[in-house]
Design a protein around this ligand. Structure first.
Ligand code: FAD
Length: 335
């Protein structure tokens, strides 16, 4: 390994270089000033009208936040719905939540181009409906992130990357070169603080404790930090439908969760999915107050590969969001 002309040797090398904001080559991008999901963290003023390109997790979080600070906010998304990796009804519910607060959402923006007009930034939006362009004071690009691997010359060491620049790793996170591991956002196995930390735990367990923990053991889990938040674990409804399994689903609107009613925060709904044969929980989408915490009870049961009946029969505490998860499990219906 060579750094600034200095050659370093080690028995083991761990690459943990993270990622950076993706800036796609949109027409006009070089003509306008823009903020990214990294530089946005340094903003110490209130944009008059923030245009956000990208209606996914980071775009929605900043969009709602700046709307609540007092900015006018327009979110432009090229897909037909927000957070397209989630189920359609989840996307629709989140759109409803942010629109009620005054965030303008423009979908189907398949042909975005940017320009400067005086002090304003113009985003031309080739949408099927609505005004053909949006004029704002500031622009945030929230269209994803890419790994910090392009300047490392990893190929010289034989460390292989995939076509998107992510370092190829095996189930113990070792790269294509023995003795070199890749952890965190740069290996494409996750894009979260908790996945990066779990990578460390897996590598440390393998190397220091001779405990053969694999990354494939991990269950997908994350939250979208809008208010209310979305707590997610495992399969979506779409994943479950295409899995070929006999799937049972339980649902409940937050209007029928006592804790949400008492807090006066009844937006959203919860859904849990179960394998009708093995009785194992396949996944959950919990959109509502406290759901980023409540989802962990489901995650732990999934990790234990326990039957859903374990949770259904365990007495839960009133008044909490979690107490309604056993109720949903008692009202499962075939998809
Ligand atoms: C706006 C935003 C909000 C987020 N919110 C959440 C959230 O709510 N929950 C969550 O779990 N995750 C969230 N994330 C993602 C989370 O920040 C990352 O997944 C996490 O930081 C990844 O950790 P890492 O160790 O892989 O990389 P990083 O934390 O990015 O650390 C990599 C380090 O390597 C350094 N580096 C880069 N290149 C080199 C080089 N060539 N040589 C030496 N050093 C180098 C970098 O400067 C950096 O210090 C968010 C990300 C963004 C951008």
């Amino acid at each position: 390994m060579e750094i600034a002309g200095q050659r370093l040797r080690a028995e083991r090398i761990f690459i943990n270089v993270g990622g950076q904001a993706l800036v796609p080559p949109m027409p006009g991008i070089t003509e306008v000033p823009y903020l990214t999901n990294s530089t946005m963290m340094d903003v110490d003023f209130l944009p008059h009208h923030l245009i956000i390109v990208g209606g996914s997790y980071i775009g929605l979080e900043f969009g709602q936040m700046y709307r609540r600070f007092g900015s006018q906010v327009t979110i432009i998304e090229m897909a037909a719905r927000l957070v397209r990796h989630e189920d359609e009804d989840v996307s629709a519910a989140i759109k409803d939540i942010v629109e009620r607060e005054g965030v303008e959402v423009r979908l189907n923006a398949e042909c975005i181009s940017l320009a400067k007009r005086g002090h304003e930034i113009i985003a031309k939006v080739d949408c099927t409906d609505g005004a053909p362009e949006v004029a704002g004071s500031h622009l945030l690009l929230a269209v994803g992130r890419r790994p910090n691997t392009d300047d490392l010359e990893l190929d010289k060491a034989g460390v292989r990357c995939d076509e998107r620049g992510y370092i190829v790793v095996d189930d113990q996170l070792q790269t294509t070169v023995p003795g070199i591991w890749a952890l965190g956002d740069c290996n494409g196995k996750g894009a979260f603080t908790h996945t990066a930390y779990n990578d460390f735990e897996i590598v440390a367990a393998n190397l220091l404790d001779h405990d053969p923990r694999p990354v494939s053991d991990r269950i997908t889990a994350y939250a979208l930090y809008t208010d209310p938040p979305l707590g997610r674990v495992g399969m979506t409804l779409a994943d479950a439908r295409s899995s070929g399994r006999r799937v049972l689903a339980g649902e409940r609107p937050m209007t029928r969760v006592a804790r949400a009613v008492e807090k006066g925060e009844t937006q959203g709904f919860m859904r849990i999915l179960v394998d009708g044969d093995s009785k194992e929980i396949l996944g959950a989408s919990l959109l509502g107050t406290g759901c980023d915490e409540a989802v962990h009870a489901i995650l732990d049961l999934m990790y234990a590969k326990a039957s859903y009946t374990v949770m259904q029969r365990a007495m839960h505490i009133h008044p909490t969001v979690s107490e309604l998860i056993p109720t949903m499990l008692g009202e499962l219906k075939p998809l």
